[in-house]
Design a protein around this ligand. Structure first.
Ligand code: KIV
Length: 277
């Protein structure tokens, strides 16, 4: 018989697995997920006890400064994932397959997934899209690689949508999303992100599935939540959608620290005798 999980046993878990997430959903324990792209940040997130670390293709925005997630390559994602994996001992580490590495060719999708698993040592991959990428997801799952789906606003399709506004507000898109979610579970996804959809729809989808949903801009009815760490910590200042809660204002703290450093260098008060040999 399975013993009931409690939040303390999750906090002390040696390693979060896809199975842990499923059990968390059964036991009503929300899953916390944040993004990381480098060793130092991933260490802090892991030590704080975040359940899932996503090496998101949002690295294209917050690391590389691109306007969209489209330019980032598989090699870039593997590099970021390697840095993160070196830092993590508890969290489940999932990496986004980037635009162009899985769409339209399931064989190529599998090769991309195998590369990130082998070269970075992550625990699974995330792919954007519903039925259009079903052959790719099925092939990766059949090879034994855990796949997290991603429905709703899928930023790799931004030029198709033409806007970052809330998705699936109308009946027909909501119905498509519901059937895509059911299908993703059926073909073996272990979880899925629901991005920027009405809270009521996300609640219904979450209740209809056995696998956990992780929401971003999708309300409190999801089985877990994800934010881009740079947004949550206030390192980004020019991106202010209503779904972002700022837990710190690190951009201001860094700005003040750098200003103080410059002043100390100019005034020759740094380094002091104690800081010299
Ligand atoms: O790339 C990313 O950071 C993501 C999250 C926003 C879910 O896909």
């Amino acid at each position: 018989m399975r013993t009931q999980l409690d939040p303390d046993s999750i906090a002390g878990a040696k390693r979060i697995t896809t199975q842990t997430l499923r059990e968390m959903k059964k036991d009503g324990i929300p899953v916390s997920m944040l993004t990381a792209y480098d060793y130092t940040s991933a260490r802090i997130l892991d030590a704080a006890g975040v359940d899932v670390i996503l090496v998101g293709d949002s690295a294209s925005n917050v690391m590389a400064g691109h306007e969209t997630t489209l330019p980032i390559t598989l090699d870039h994602m593997i590099y970021h994932a390697q840095c993160v994996v070196r830092a993590v001992s508890r969290a489940l580490v999932i990496v986004d397959l980037p635009f162009g590495s899985y769409q339209g060719d399931s064989k190529k999708a599998l090769q991309s997934a195998i590369r990130v698993m082998k070269e970075a040592g992550v625990h699974g991959v995330k792919l954007e899209g519903g039925m259009a990428v079903e052959p790719s997801i099925s092939r990766i799952v059949e090879a034994g690689i855990p796949v997290m789906g991603h429905l709703g606003l899928t930023p790799q399709s931004i030029y198709k949508f033409g806007t970052y506004r809330v998705r699936a507000r109308d009946e027909s898109e909501a119905e498509t999303l519901k059937s895509d979610a059911a299908k993703l579970q059926e073909i073996g996804c272990f979880s899925m992100v629901l991005e920027k959809i009405p809270a009521e729809l996300a609640t219904q989808v979450s209740a209809s599935l056995e696998i956990p949903t992780i929401g971003i801009g999708a309300g409190a009815g999801c089985d877990g939540q994800v934010l881009v760490t740079h947004d949550a910590l206030g390192l980004t200042t020019d991106f202010n959608p209503r779904f972002v809660r700022r837990y710190a204002r690190l951009a201001e703290i860094m700005h003040d620290a750098v200003t103080a450093y410059i002043a100390d260098v100019r005034s020759r008060s740094f380094p002091s005798d104690e800081e010299s040999y």
